[in-house]
Design a protein around this ligand. Sequence first.
Ligand SMILES: Cc1ncc(COP(=O)(O)O)c(C=O)c1O
Length: 419
Amino acid sequence: MPNSEEFIEMDEEYCAHNYHPIPVVISKAEGVWVYDPEGNKYLDCLSAYSSQNTGHRHPEIIQALKEQADKVTLTSRAFHNDVMGPFLKKLCEVVGPHINDPSNIGIMALPMNTGTEAVETGLKVARAWGYIKKKIPKNEAQIIVCRNNFHGRSITIVGISTDISAVRYYGNFGPYTPGFTIIPYGDAEELENMILEIGSEKIAGFIFEPIQGEAGVNVPPEGYIRKIREICTKYNILMIADEIQTGFGRTGELFACDHENVKPDMLLLGKALGGGVYPVSAVVTNKDIIGPDVIKPGTHGSTFGGNPIASAVGIKSLEIHVDEHLAQRAKENGTYFMEGLKNIIAKGPKVPVKEVRGKGLLMAIEFKVDARHIVEELKDNGILAKDTHSTTIRFAPPLIITKEQIDWALKVIEKVLIR
Ligand SMILES: Cc1ncc(COP(=O)(O)O)c(C=O)c1O
């Protein structure tokens, strides 16, 4: 069997260089631990960008996957299957109480595969709702987005990105989709000002992340989410929360909007919904927004969306998130982990630190200098994390992590940062 170095060489040779991975090869995983082909063991502090909330290869999820694989795997939506309905019923039951449904009309979901597709779907639904329900003049719908957002990498989505690499690379992918306006993140006044500037009658939606993950775990000021809820209601604009990274307990509540007791009109979900084994995403909203008068046959679809394996995995993932109280565990253990990080930084790290921030088990240390070498040192000492925007290291372990494992991680982080 090839060794790690040879696997990395193969990736370099045959895979387009669209990522810049940490030089480690993972060939086995269980719970919070992953292993390379040489047998070295690492604590996963990235969780596949928050997709491994339930831990690697949760036995019940693997069992659900295997049992479904023995029955039926893919039918396409040309036919019904006997798992998608139960999955979406469960999804609407779990997520429904977190969605704004002022007329009590009921909750519905549209299943897709990746987060990017959930975002694209949400944007399409918002525009369609804008024309059909809000009566926005044809082809004039606007959607407001935030600076430093990360919603995926389709052409439309990179067109609304202000990512630093956007400046360097995305210039090669235009022309982009019109109808989007970018405002600063975390300032509700900016939203209201932009609505007034464009004219509220032309705006279908406002899409935002309640905490910006890829931007470096940017937590908005307290009250921001409540204020944008008020503004969206005031001007009849859909409040679209992209909780693909923050959802399902990651930040210490089931959804990050729950920290301010806010119900968005639409939730975009992905990552952890697939239990760390399968791409499963969904748009969840009320039936006024996504009902049959807005989304009709042929208006949207995906061959794999809602397939039996995704649905079986999705049901089990939802059950485990709820039954194992993962949000509550993220809240407690996140506070503990964060205190530990702050204590380490207070000792005076060898590399200057700007800030430690986060919520629940979505945390970050922002350094004043490039942090890639720290990420590599962490790896050499048994912790896998990833830099984002070069100066920030995100720590997002599986939500099943224990206090003992956090203590171990903190010792390693201290050794790397203080030595
Ligand atoms: C907030 C957010 N939205 C959307 C996406 C895109 O998800 P995917 O990579 O599954 O397409 C991501 C991925 O990191 C994300 O963090």
